[in-house]
Design a protein around this ligand. Structure first.
Ligand code: AMP
Length: 187
């Protein structure tokens, strides 16, 4: 079962994605985690992505789709994947659809986490103090939210034109949100 999680930065995709992956016994694929690991290990991908990520901008669609193609070619992805933060632009949505279609796969569920802006800002500020992510500093957060509105928010409409999108209320206790998510995707 392939499940795509959409929503603004700080909407809970990462936290809920881990829980969903565990419940369904599927791998979770988060481009943000993969890129952060590449930056830490100073691989060519990491060296290319570092400055762009720290400033809060998006890594290029070509790089992301290359990484997505590699990930989906792995045997452990055959039974399905939880995609977290992977589709952030319409070209990425189109590219992911083609990569999946080439091996007879589709997205079984698309989930959008609804969280108001004030809550997002509050969560990112807390995450900055607890995790110390460079891209959670106020200047980078501002750019990330603008980038989200300009490039990622239109992806929601792109999916809504093509398939059902489950809207999950992302406010509340983590377990409560997970209940809602599970009801939406059937787990
Ligand atoms: P995240 O952990 O999902 O918030 O991602 C952290 C950063 O990694 C983002 O702000 C982008 O710079 C980069 N990134 C992660 N996923 C993508 C993607 N699908 N497209 C472009 N850039 C991405």
């Amino acid at each position: 079962m392939n499940i795509l999680l959409l929503g603004p930065p700080g909407a809970g995709k990462g936290t809920q994605g881990v829980m969903l992956a565990e419940r369904l016994g599927l791998p979770k694929f988060a481009t943000g985690d993969l890129l952060r690991d590449a930056v830490k290990r100073q691989t060519p991908l990491g060296l290319e992505a570092k400055a762009v990520m720290e400033a809060g901008h998006l890594v290029s669609d070509d790089i992301i789709l290359g990484v997505v193609g590699d990930e989906l070619a792995k045997p452990e992805a055959e039974g399905g994947v939880i995609f977290d933060g992977v589709v952030r632009t319409i070209p990425q949505a189109e590219g992911l659809a083609s990569i999946l279609a080439a091996s007879g796969r589709t997205l079984d569920h698309v989930v959008f986490f609804d969280v108001p802006d004030e809550e997002i800002l509050d969560r990112l500020e807390k995450r900055r103090s607890s995790e110390g992510r460079a891209d959670d500093d106020p200047a980078a957060v501002k750019i990330r939210l603008e980038t989200y509105r300009r490039q990622t928010a239109p992806v929601l409409a792109w999916y809504q034109d093509r398939q059902t999108v489950h809207h999950v209320d992302g406010i509340g206790a983590v377990d409560q949100i997970f209940e809602r998510l599970c009801q939406a995707v059937g787990c």
